[in-house]
Structure formats: C-alpha cells, structure tokens
Design a protein around this ligand. Structure first.
Ligand code: ADP
Ligand code: MG
Length: 229
C-alpha cells in the first residue's frame, strides 16, 4: 500500500523534517527531507522565504513548479508530485542522490550518464517543458546507479499552442539553453567527452543575433518598398 502523504499539513510535515537541503530566506524556499514511519519525501516550502516574498510570489512559484511536475508525471527523471499541502508548499518523491558537482560516494560512468541526461532533457521537451535552470549544477542530481534526476522546475517554460509563434520561438531557445547545460556540466566533470556538436551559449546568442539581423533586414526591405518611389 502506498503511503498517504496527503493527510499531512505543512506544519506537520515540517515537524518531521530530518535534513535541510536548502535553508530558506530572501527569495529562497526551505527544501527539506521529511521522514514519517520510514517513508521519505522532500518538502519545498516557499513559506521559508522572506515574509513579503513568500506572501506575494510564493504561491506563483509553487503553482509553476507543481504544474510542471504534473505535466512530467510520466517521467522517471523528475520527482513525482506527492501532495500540495498549501498554496506555498509541495511535497515530492525523495531520490537518494548527490548534486553532480559534489559527488562523494558516486562515480558514474560519465559517457552513459551524459547519454541518459540528453535523453532526459529531450523527454522534458517532448512533454512541452523546457527546464531553463539546468546550467545551475545544483539542479542535476546523480543517483547511486548513475542516473540523472532533474529538480527545481520553478523557472521552466512551457510550450504553448502551435499558432503561438512567439511562444514556440522562445520555447526552442530555452530548449537550446537546456542543451547548453550539458556542455557546461561536461566541462565541469568530464571535459574529455566534449564534442564539436555540443551546444554553447555563444551559439544560441549567435542564432538569436542572426534572427534579429534577418528581421532587421526584412523590415528595412519592406520600408524601402513602401516608402520610396
Ligand atoms: N526530490 C529530491 N530528492 C532529493 N534531493 C532533492 C530533491 N529535490 C531537491 N533536492 C535537493 O535540494 C536542493 C535544493 O532543491 P531545489 O529544488 O533546487 O531548490 P532551490 O529552488 O532553492 O534551488 C537540490 O540541489 C538537491 O540537493
Ligand atoms: Mg535549485
């Protein structure tokens, strides 16, 4: 039988916190490991941020992250949403893991890990979610069997309808930023795996620059046609 996390309030969950992954304060939430009757879960509570931030922005951030986790519920590479005890907090599945740049007990097979990471990121995109904060290495965790877990979807960008071209354009850019995170992480932990084809931020900026340049040329061409005889 699965454990019923939904019957616990935020206060009760906080009372069962055994480890703090992140101390709240300023614009930061509390992120903590909660243990009840041998069952583990992670509570992310925007109520741990400064009062006004928690009051005004906390519910929006919580809603954004819960929405993304719900959209990605089929995927093994992101935590499962277990409960939303109030508008500022949610509870997710705990994954025994370490941050990719702070590995102590883990030494993954890096080629396999990066291949899995690429598939994980592609799966997110197929489900219409660009993570958008993977360049921060604290959001990529490594399990003891060397698999990636992606956390912290608060900055995500969701793909909209087909007709929403600005949204689609932005989504593609953010998807490329996710891919550039692979390059950054490889540089940090396995530089020998870097390849010519790896996406760099300069390249993305370059492509945005090219698009802006082409738009500028088109505007000038149309203006010339319209306003000169
Ligand atoms: N589901 C989880 N399982 C295990 N550890 C987690 C989980 N979620 C978060 N953590 C740990 O907590 C840290 C902070 O969580 P995160 O969601 O990134 O918060 P923040 O938005 O403050 O960066 C992560 O870097 C990771 O070490
Ligand atoms: Mg984070």
């Amino acid at each position: 039988m699965t454990f019923n996390w939904q019957e616990y309030t935020t206060t009760e969950l906080r009372a069962h916190a055994t480890t703090r992954f992140r101390e709240g304060g300023g614009s930061r939430p509390d992120v903590m490991l909660v243990e009840i009757d041998g069952h583990k879960a992670v509570l992310k509570d925007q109520g741990g941020a400064d009062k006004w931030f928690a009051l005004l922005i906390g519910p929006i951030l919580n809603w954004r992250e819960c929405k993304a986790l719900t959209r990605l519920s089929e995927l093994e590479c992101v935590p499962e949403l277990l409960s939303v005890p109030d508008s500022r907090a949610f509870l997710m599945s705990y994954h025994d893991s370490e941050q990719i740049t702070k590995l102590k007990s883990n030494q993954p097979n890096w080629p396999e890990f990066f291949s899995d990471l690429k598939s994980a990121i592609d799966q997110l995109h197929q489900h219409g979610v660009a993570h958008n904060d993977l360049r921060n290495p604290t959001n990529t965790l490594v399990t003891p069997d060397g698999k990636p877990i992606l956390v912290d979807l608060v900055a995500c960008f969701c793909r909209g309808q087909k007709w929403n071209l600005p949204n689609r354009w932005l989504f593609n850019k953010f998807a490329q930023v996710d891919h550039s995170a692979i390059t950054k992480l490889k540089t940090r932990v396995a530089p020998e795996l870097l390849e010519e084809s790896d996406v760099t931020p300069e390249e993305i900026a370059g492509r945005i620059g090219m698009a802006a340049k082409e738009l500028g040329q088109w505007v000038r061409k149309v203006s010339r046609k319209l306003f000169t005889s």
